[in-house]
Ligand binder design. Structure first.
Ligand code: SF4
Length: 231
C-alpha cells in the first residue's frame, strides 16, 4: 500500500469512518498513543464510543503531572476500555538518574534527549512493535514543524504509516468537540498549558505564543519535539 492509495481509501470519509477503515486495512496492527492531551481525548472518544478496534496505549514517563493521571483515571471510568501503559526500562532510568541526578535534562540538550529517549522513545518503540499504523493527535497548526507534515505519512525508520485524524482541526474545533461531547480533559489546558507533557519540562504559555513554547523553554531554537514525531 502506498501513501496515495491510503489517502484515497480515507478521503471523503468522516473521522470515525476513517478510523474504521484504518482498522480494516491494518487489522490488529494499528496503535493509537495518547498522552491525555485535549486532541488525544477527542480521538479516544471517537475510538471508544464507537467501539473501533484500535489498540490504545500511553507512555508513563514517571514524570507526569498529577492532573494527567486524573484524566487517565476518568477516561478509563468513562469508557470502560483498556489503555495499555508502557513504562521506561527500569535499569535505564536507574542508571541515568543515579549517574546524573533527577534534573539532568536542564543541564544540556544532550541530557534532555537522553531522558526523552529513555522515558519515551524506548517504551514507544516497544508499544509499536509489530504495528503497521500509528495514530496520533498531531494538528498542523500546533507548530511550524508540524505544518510541514502531512495527515498521512510513512515513517521510514519505524517502517509504519502514521495517521493524524485531527491534522486539519483548529484548537477551537477540538475545544468545541470536547465541550459538546462532555469529554474528560486535563484541567491544565484551562491554565494556559496547550501541550501537556512531563511536569518538569512543561509550562503554561502566553496567548499568541507558539504552541510548543511551553516545552523545554530553556533550550534555544530547535524543533521542540521529543523525538517521537521527528522525521
Ligand atoms: Fe525527560 Fe523531560 Fe523528556 Fe519527560 S519531557 S522524558 S522529563 S526530558
Amino acid at each position: 500500500m502506498t501513501i496515495e492509495e491510503l489517502k484515497d481509501r480515507l478521503t471523503g470519509k468522516t473521522f470515525e469512518n476513517q478510523l474504521r477503515e484504518i482498522v480494516n486495512i491494518f487489522p490488529g496492527k494499528t496503535l493509537f498513543t495518547s498522552s491525555f492531551g485535549i486532541e488525544d481525548q477527542v480521538i479516544s472518544h471517537m475510538i471508544f464510543q464507537n467501539d473501533i478496534q484500535v489498540d490504545v496505549a500511553t507512555l508513563d514517563t514517571g514524570r507526569l503531572f498529577p492532573q494527567t493521571y486524573k484524566v487517565f483515571s476518568e477516561t478509563i471510568k468513562r469508557y470502560g476500555k483498556i489503555i495499555n501503559v508502557y513504562f521506561p526500562d527500569h535499569e535505564s532510568v536507574e542508571n541515568m538518574v543515579t549517574e546524573k541526578g533527577p534534573f539532568s535534562f536542564y543541564h544540556s540538550r544532550e541530557n534532555r534527549l537522553e531522558c526523552c529517549r529513555v522515558r519515551k522513545l524506548e517504551p514507544l518503540n516497544r508499544a509499536l512493535r509489530n504495528k503497521e499504523c500509528w495514530i496520533s493527535g498531531i494538528r498542523a497548526s500546533q507548530s511550524d514543524n508540524r505544518r510541514q507534515m502531512d495527515w498521512i505519512e510513512f515513517d521510514e525508520e519505524k517502517k509504519l504509516f502514521k495517521f493524524y485524524p485531527l491534522f486539519s482541526w483548529t484548537l477551537e474545533d477540538v475545544e468545541l468537540y470536547i465541550r459538546e461531547n462532555n469529554i474528560p480533559y486535563n484541567v491544565l489546558h484551562d491554565k494556559g498549558f496547550v501541550s501537556v507533557g512531563c511536569e518538569p519540562c512543561t509550562r503554561a504559555v502566553e496567548k499568541g505564543e507558539d504552541f510548543r513554547a511551553g516545552r523545554w523553554w530553556w533550550e534555544e531554537g530547535g524543533q521542540k519535539e521529543c523525538g517521537l514525531h521527528i522525521k
